[in-house]
Design a protein around this ligand. Structure first.
Ligand code: MTE
Length: 309
């Protein structure tokens, strides 16, 4: 199941439309034209080939990807987000970018997306609960956005925050988690080309239950690092607080790298069940860094990954 960087994976299987256009980009482009601006790169379409970073494993179906979710703002059950996330209003949307950056501000999503070229990346997604899926994301590298806002030399970490809107998110009206959901990456992890901000999957705009309109995807880490429905990004000198580490520091660390050798205190992390694989498919061995070791192992050279879990 290791990705092989094949140049012709199941592209036709996963992309019925060769030139996927993000609807927001189309609207931003149309708006720009209506205002009479000079033709620019507004209508960025994705490359017709999947990224070299894609796995060649067969993707899960759209139904599997959108009906088995962790999005605790909408309930604790895997089926709750599909039922409840429709209430979340995602347009208009903006992200506040601040902290140690040259150009802090509140950026409308259209402005964030206008200059980026969206790409399809087929990434394995491995949950800490020992199940996995393969998801064809549409997105762009987080580094492209960070470069645009200008990261200052003293910044060492990136903090992310999810929308806090209890009237649309029933889970936020209950206790259990100290809302809003927050996550963080070390700056070099955030700048790694595998780390993307995703705005869609298959050829759909991001479904609400998967973190519309924009969420993080960090494929070598357990799924909880991939924070959904982001409204705030902040560059900092110190390691930022993260929701699961705050809640259960013995069970969930800041790094959360997929690691078959470090067990969760209550279960093994050595194998995984592929969602949708069928009753008799058996479990698969989990790969170090979820199979992305060539790209990211060097980030952790010299670190004890049993301590820094
Ligand atoms: N982001 C927010 N805001 N709230 C959440 O509950 N759950 C995390 C992560 N991002 C979560 C979140 C967990 S535990 C997982 S496994 C993934 O989202 C699930 O992403 P998916 O539903 O797109 O598969």
């Amino acid at each position: 199941m290791r990705k092989t960087r094949s140049t012709d994976p199941n592209w036709t299987d996963v992309t019925p439309k060769a030139d996927f256009l993000n609807r927001r980009q189309i609207m931003a482009g149309a708006g720009a034209m209506a205002l009479g601006s000079i033709a620019g790169p507004a209508l960025a379409s994705i490359d017709a080939k999947p990224s070299a970073y894609s796995t060649d494993a067969a993707p899960n179906t759209l139904k599997e990807i959108t009906s088995y979710n962790n999005f605790y703002e909408f309930g604790w059950d895997k089926s709750d987000p599909e039922k409840n996330a429709g209430q979340m209003v995602t347009d208009p949307w903006s992200i506040e970018i601040g902290g140690l950056v040259d150009k802090p501000g509140t950026y409308p999503l259209d402005d964030i997306l206008k200059p980026v070229t969206l790409e399809q990346r087929i990434y394995r997604f491995r949950c800490v609960e020992a199940w996995s899926m393969v998801i064809p994301w549409i997105g762009f590298e987080l580094s492209a956005l960070l470069d645009r806002v200008g990261v200052q030399p003293s910044a060492k970490y990136v903090a992310f925050q999810t929308l806090y809107r209890p009237d649309q998110m029933p889970g936020q009206r209950q206790g259990g988690i100290d809302w809003p959901y927050v996550e963080g990456l070390r700056l070099d992890e955030a700048m790694n080309p595998l780390t993307i901000l995703a705005t869609g999957l298959y050829d759909e705009e991001m479904p609400n239950q998967n973190g519309a309109p924009i969420r993080l995807v960090v494929p070598w880490k357990y799924g909880f690092k991939s924070i959904k429905s982001i409204v705030k990004i902040s560059l900092a000198e110190k390691e930022p607080p993260t929701t699961w580490k705050q809640l259960q520091p013995r069970e969930y660390g800041f790094y959360a790298n997929v690691n078959p050798e470090v067990d969760h205190p209550r279960w093994s992390q050595a194998t995984e069940r592929r969602v949708g694989a069928g009753l008799f498919a058996g479990r698969e061995p989990t790969l170090m860094f979820n199979g992305y070791g060539d790209e990211v192992a060097s980030l952790y050279r010299g670190m004890d990954l049993a301590k820094n879990y």
